[in-house]
Ligand binder design. Structure first.
Ligand code: AP5
Ligand code: MG
Length: 213
């Protein structure tokens, strides 16, 4: 199974990805997570992308495509993989199509999750992530048992540098300009299915689960 998770910032791609991994055993490839890991470890790539990501802008296509194809070339999971946050514009989508066809692979489905803009902003502003293990919480929708502390590993919960309201708004604008044309791109190929991300996490997952069975 080869899946793409498509949707605006804060819609719940990462939250659904965790459930899809548990349910279907696919490998999760999130370009945002890979970039953040590199920033944390202060690698050469991390230093290159740190400022771009904090500003909510997109990393260059060349750098992102190379990173993804390198990761996919080493992908051995029997159940396939799920891309989260990639592709992010038509250029990346065309590059992915080319890579898939050159490697004899076919896209199974594009899971497109959408939600109202005010919902996105309040989700981004309330999100907290564990500094240690990366688990995601929300101060209202999905709070940890003890404020500021990760339920899973006891790590400290922090806010992503790109999660302030101003940067969130500009990330949503960039999404509308550059990423939302992918909805039409994948609708044309007949692979896209839309899910209502305004609903609760469990409800959204139930619909995705049924569509993948
Ligand atoms: P990336 O990490 O991909 O961020 P994003 O697309 O902005 O999406 P988010 O991770 O912010 O949101 P999400 O949809 O995963 O929501 P989540 O599940 O956490 O990219 C970050 C940056 O990296 C980019 O800005 C860019 O700079 C760079 N980058 C990445 N990929 C790139 C690419 N391909 N090309 C170029 N640059 C790239 O949920 C959000 C919150 O809401 C959480 O608190 C959660 O608990 C809560 N929540 C989730 N679902 C629900 C629900 N149904 N009901 C109630 N609360 C919910
Ligand atoms: Mg995410």
């Amino acid at each position: 199974m080869i899946l793409i998770l498509l949707g605006p910032p804060g819609v719940g791609k990462g939250s659904q990805a965790n459930k899809i991994i548990d349910g279907f055993g696919v490998t999760h490839i999130s370009t945002g997570d890979i970039f953040r890991k590199n920033i944390k470890e202060e690698t050469e790539l991390g230093l290159k992308v740190k400022e771009i990501i904090a500003a909510g802008e997109l990393v260059s296509d060349d750098l992102t495509n190379e990173l993804v194809f390198d990761r996919l070339s080493n992908e051995t999971s029997e159940n396939g993989f799920m891309l989260d946050g990639y592709p992010r514009n038509i250029n990346q989508a065309e590059a992915l199509d080319k890579w898939l066809s050159e490697n004899g692979k076919e896209l199974t489905k594009v899971i497109y999750i959408d939600a109202d803009k005010d919902v996105l902003i309040s989700r981004i502003a309330g999100r907290r992530v564990c500094k240690n293990c990366g688990a995601t919480y929300h101060v209202v929708n999905h709070p940890p048992k003890e404020e500021g502390i990760c339920d899973i590993c006891g790590g400290t919960l922090i806010q992503r540098p790109d999660d302030n309201e101003e940067t969130a708004k500009s990330r949503i604008e960039i999404y509308e300009e550059q990423t939302s044309p992918l909805v039409e791109y994948y609708t044309k190929s007949g692979k896209l299915q839309r899910f209502n991300g305004n609903n609760e996490i469990e409800e959204v997952y139930l619909e995705i689960e049924n569509s993948l069975k």
